[in-house]
Design a protein around this ligand. Sequence first.
Ligand SMILES: *[C@@H]1O[C@H](CO)[C@@H](O)[C@H](O)[C@H]1NC(C)=O
Length: 817
Amino acid sequence: MARQRKPLSVDHSHHKYAKKITHHTEKKNSKVSYWRRGVMIICLAIAGCIGYMGYLETRVNTPFDDQKMVVKTGLAAPDVYWGSYRPGVYFGLKTRDPYSLVSGLMWYFTRHIGADGGGIRHWCEQGDNLDRYGWIEHNGKNFGIQEIQDGPFLITTSFVKRLGGDHGGDWTARIGVTSKDQRLEGEQISFLVYTAVEEKSKGWIKPERVGSHMITGVRGETEGLGPFSIKMFSNVGKVLHESYLSTSAMGLHLLKETVINSLRLATDKQTGKKWISLPGELNSRGPDGKTIEPNFIVTQVTGSVPFEIDVVFESSSVLDHREILRGDVYSKELQKWRDEFHHSFEEKFQLQSKGYSEKEIKFAAAAFSNLLGGIGYFYGSSRVESSHTRGPVPYWKAALYTAVPSRSFFPRGFLWDEGFHGLLISSWDIDMELDIICHWFDLMNIEGWIPREQILGQEALSKVPEEFVTQRNTNGNPPTFFITLSFILKKFGHTLHENGRLDTLERLFPRLQAWFDWFNVTQIGDMPGTYRWRGRDGTTNRELNPKTLTSGLDDYPRASHPNLDERHVDLRCWIALAANTLADLAKLLSRNEQKYVNTFQYLSNNNILDDLHWSPLSQSYSDYGLHTDMVELKKPPPSRSHSHHPAQTAEKIRVVLKDPELRFVDSTFGYVSLFPFLLQLLQPDSPKLGKVLEDIRRPGLLWTEYGLRSLAKSSPLYMKWNTEHDPPYWRAPIWINMNYLVVRALKHYSELEGPYQQKSLMLYNDLRKNLVKNIMKEYYRTGYLWEQYNDKTGEGQGSRPFTGWSALVVLLMAEIY
Ligand SMILES: *[C@@H]1O[C@H](CO)[C@@H](O)[C@H](O)[C@H]1NC(C)=O
């Protein structure tokens, strides 16, 4: 285990101390008294302690001590240097550099803009209430097309990259607007195309206008990009007005605010018409009175619908710019990529040959493309905490290349989501997925821990409420990357010898071992063979059932009184899956797999599993712990000492009506009860499998026409609020990641000889059909894939677009598991 190597600081402190002592003792050797020696020993103990405490303190933010996973990034990987790596904005491009040049788009309709800048679109905000938006085609590398329905107007953004030169090549973005409603032709829209350099990206930009026909563009140079230029051309429609802003913005998270503060009403000298316009150069001065160089340039072009512009980025290191990538040249190139996309999409997912209609395939392509187009590149440091640090400390600065659950609501990396995303991404491009895995595992610390939510950089940080920022090193999250890896081994094992993939897995192996150990050691339960999620609050009386955020299933009910006796069936199954995957990987890499084989055999032994987790009373798998169902949220009685606070403002607290006892937590049938089946640990002839299958289909529990709900209708906490402010989250709604695992398990058991083979097949067909039908219906009804689906109506709810794991619908359609 690589963790046994101590960081330098420890050896160092011991070393320093030892030297001092030798020096001291040599000099006064003869006179050292008994007394002195005693003092020295105490000093030694104290210094040792301080050194050791310092060592413990630094462990949480000390990187894992082994070769780095990411070996090629930045300009060393030119084909993925530029990309739409800013998932949180409607349209933006940047490079895979710690500090990048970023470009992006804002827009507004003249008749919609408010005096406070309301109506300007920039970040993907749910509050903008757009009818739909998302990438409808995107290959993760060279091109993408996005449609944005803003009221009656359809805005289309696309980009195409062209490799060449030594700095990541060129690209062109096309931004256009149309409307189906003839009466809206002539409606004025302003596109604000901007370029910004981050403070530390070591470069400059300045506005530049070449020739009289062209719109103000940008010239500049950065360390990564070398010299470059950005030019703009109008394609369709006439530019009614053009203005620009060149200034210094206080940060990437404040670009829109900077624009709003600069907009003003100007009068056209020739026509006398008034325009909302940008003021040109707007120099700010630093505290020393010197002008601050501009780092933010915005060009506003106003036109009337239909209207379209091309934005052309050219790197000076590309020598041949004879044929500018714009107009017809661009259209042709874009079409070439689109054709190639559809060809690959069919080759990978075979939806056409499965008989899906054009409309159904369009839906699948959009779901999938918005996942790929949502891949971001982030840089910064998380904030972490351990029991040895005094408060939160920064993690080391690191880069993360990752997909995101939701471009609007969760535009950053989430550990357990990413394992599900990995199934889709590796189906498309296994090297892209390995790259993502490499980035994630470089975030592992020396303890083998990976923080579960990655909030890296200014843009990401500004979207997260303060109380969620700090991550604790005692807290885990389902290790779903093991699902991705077992999927990769099963599906693509024959291709792993190509392209340096085995080298990647070799580098990954020690990190996976450390990750496994972290779970197997820190999340262990009190009884042998049991596991317990850390991070539950056993002291609160605010929550009806203290949340288990670490399990990924947030408010899914567990033992009502968290304590050391608790054991969690889902966690035990995750660890079994992890051991099994490591055993397979060890075999592939010709390493000793025995330890993992043994652990897997032990954890998948159905008799031991049943002893620990099968409730004889409810005849279902369940957690075990100190539990009572008899809890309620109530307003506390008015108390005298707080008589100056009116009683009704006091928050509801939990009242326990019957004392909890040690027992199976078996009144809460739902996703957690399915885990031994879900992760395929049950023997195909186990009667328990038969019972699980019966319960899946039993009316009134989990089955709905739209998929399996998270918690049985019969459970006391079904649809219950956890506090006055926390509506039910995993207490009824239908979640697609779990449903995907159920469908996958049904498929598995339908292919194994046994008494439940037929039943599995039947359920497989029905559940899969229900899910696909509903997610697609909701997409066409609302314009989005959703975070979850209502168990009574099937309606999408929660955040949107949620083309993270809800995009697994594509694999359901393709029957890829
Ligand atoms: C996991 O932990 C158990 C209990 O401590 C131990 O017996 C087992 O060997 C561990 N598994 C591995 C693969 O390290």
